[in-house]
Structure formats: C-alpha cells, structure tokens
Design a protein around this ligand. Structure first.
Ligand code: THU
Length: 132
C-alpha cells in the first residue's frame, strides 16, 4: 500500500457532505495509469439520493477516461476499519480484478486489507450473462 492513496482518501473525506448521518467517508482508487481518483460521500435530504465515497471515486476515474482499478483505500472516523457497503463492492468489482487490494482505515490509523474477491465472493459478472 502506497501511503499517498490513503492520504488522498483522508483529505477528500474532509469535503464529504454528510449532514444527516454525520459520518464522513473518503475513498481513493489508483487506476492502471497510476493516477489517483478520490471521492467522498454526498448525502441528500431525500436520503436515498445520497452517494457513497467509493461511487464518487469510481465516477471520477471513469470521467477521466480510465476503466481499470489497481488499488483502493477507504477511510472514516469509525471504531474499526470501514468496509465498503455491498453496492460499492459491486461498483469496485466492475473495474477491479479479484486480487485488487482494498485498504480500509480508521482516522486513528488502524488499517485492514482485503482483496475485492474477499469482499465480494461469487460476484455477479458479465460472464453470467453468457447464454448456455
Ligand atoms: N458510506 C460510504 O460513503 N461508503 C460506504 O461504503 C459505507 C457508507 C456513507 C453513506 C452515507 O453517507 C454514510 O456513509 C452513512 O451510511
């Protein structure tokens, strides 16, 4: 894990718009080119319209013309390293191979690392739409 990815996630977390949950999350993805794209959660008064930090990071990467994630970092002010929600696991798996490492972190510096395969075993993939 290169510290710059976690630093990016930590910095972008400050910009999170989380007035309803009070739970700010920062995420950063490194793409195949080596570039870092970051995102924060953006809540909405119509609660279901809120978006997760990981979704923001993925959207920034795709908007920049990249489609391959090689590393992920997620950070929040949580008692244990914050894992991505189910929907975000699927979003990350769309662009990252199963062996991509996801570093989950707390603000106090505790980290945990898992692969995308660990986080989303048996993921639904494009191959499942192949006709038999
Ligand atoms: N949240 C994320 O940004 N990423 C996750 O993977 C877990 C949850 C946000 C969504 C919401 O704004 C807040 O955390 C509380 O659920």
């Amino acid at each position: 894990m290169t510290p710059d990815l976690l630093t990016s996630a930590r910095e972008v977390r400050e910009n999170a718009h989380a007035p309803y949950s009070g739970f700010k999350v920062g995420a950063a993805v490194r793409s195949a080119s080596g570039e870092i794209y970051s995102g924060c959660n953006v809540e909405n008064v119509a609660y279901p319209q809120g978006t997760c930090a990981e979704a923001g990071a993925v959207a920034a990467m795709v908007a920049a013309g990249e489609t391959e994630i090689v590393e992920v970092a997620i950070i929040a002010d949580s008692p244990t390293p914050v894992p991505p929600c189910g929907g975000c696991r699927q979003k990350l798996a769309e662009f990252g191979a199963g062996n991509v490492l996801v570093t989950m972190a707390t603000l106090s510096g505790e980290t945990r690392r898992m692969t995308l395969d660990d986080l989303l075993p048996g993921a639904f993939a494009a191959t499942h739409m192949d006709r038999s």
